[in-house]
Design a protein around this ligand. Structure first.
Ligand code: ATP
Ligand code: MG
Length: 228
């Protein structure tokens, strides 16, 4: 089994207090994994480390077999720009811009003209059931639609890993299901998807499930346990 994300003995402290680890964790391409656990248990800390938004105090994180040394800004920037998409509870769309412009926004620092991304942006909006909304201002979208636009934006650069921190936290049950289906589709296309959620009703979508308590992980479900 190939490994996309390989977290080895990683720990993190804030102000001298350890909030995570040491934890080890792997995610395969096409795997959909959920991390659950109480508030303050270290889930977002783990997700931020996995997305190289923050650096661990101990251990290392490899991405697609590549060691990413702490402080290697060039590698981290490249990975974050091209290979890792992130979505959050707040979608951070530009409300006065169109849905399509919001998706294309992801291309702004790529150095590649955004017209080159146009066909992919439209295809992603189509996949996510938003083709007819592409010209509409983002402020007119429902919460579930907005989160699916955020997914399209995250996918614009064709990332290998999608990190999602409570993406359904603001949504009603039906919209949450739509977002979960969109994330499942991402995994079915080979993207590794790592989801933090508080909602046990959504766990039937995932392949693997890890519970985080006081910064330590317990594997709740083995790969292949469900939904594959
Ligand atoms: N940048 C930071 N500086 C100081 N403390 C932090 C920082 N980030 C997180 N913490 C602390 O680390 C602990 C874990 O936080 P984290 O955000 O990872 O929890 P969580 O499991 O995501 O919680 P929630 O479910 O409420 O989002 C908390 O006690 C939090 O206050
Ligand atoms: Mg959190």
């Amino acid at each position: 089994m190939s490994v996309l994300l390989d977290v080895r003995g990683v720990s993190k402290s804030f102000s001298g207090r350890r909030v995570l680890g040491p934890v080890s964790f792997t995610l395969a391409p096409g795997e959909f994994c959920a991390v659950t656990g109480p508030s303050g248990s270290g889930k977002s800390t783990f997700l931020n480390l996995s997305g190289f938004l923050d650096t661990p105090d101990t251990g290392e994180i490899r991405f697609a077999g590549e060691t990413v040394p702490a402080g290697d800004v060039r590698t981290v920037t490249r990975l974050r720009r091209e290979k890792i998409g992130m979505i959050f509870q707040s979608v951070f769309l530009l409300p006065q811009r169109s849905v399509l412009e919001n998706v294309l926004f992801r291309a702004r620092y790529s150095g590649i003209p955004r017209e080159k991304f146009m066909a992919r942006a439209l295809a992603l909006l189509d996949q996510l059931g938003l083709a007819e909304r592409s010209g509409q201002k983002a402020r007119l979208l429902s919460g579930g639609e907005a989160q699916r636009v955020a997914i399209a934006r995250a996918l614009l650069t064709d990332p290998a890993l999608l990190l999602a921190d409570e993406p359904t936290g603001n949504l009603d049950a039906e919209s949450a299901e739509e977002v979960m289906r969109a994330l499942s589709d991402c995994a079915a296309r080979g993207i590794g998807v790592l989801l933090v959620t508080h909602n046990p009703a959504l766990l039937h979508h995932v392949h693997t499930h890890v519970e985080c308590r006081e910064g330590h992980f317990t594997e709740k479900r083995e790969p292949g346990g469900n939904a594959r």
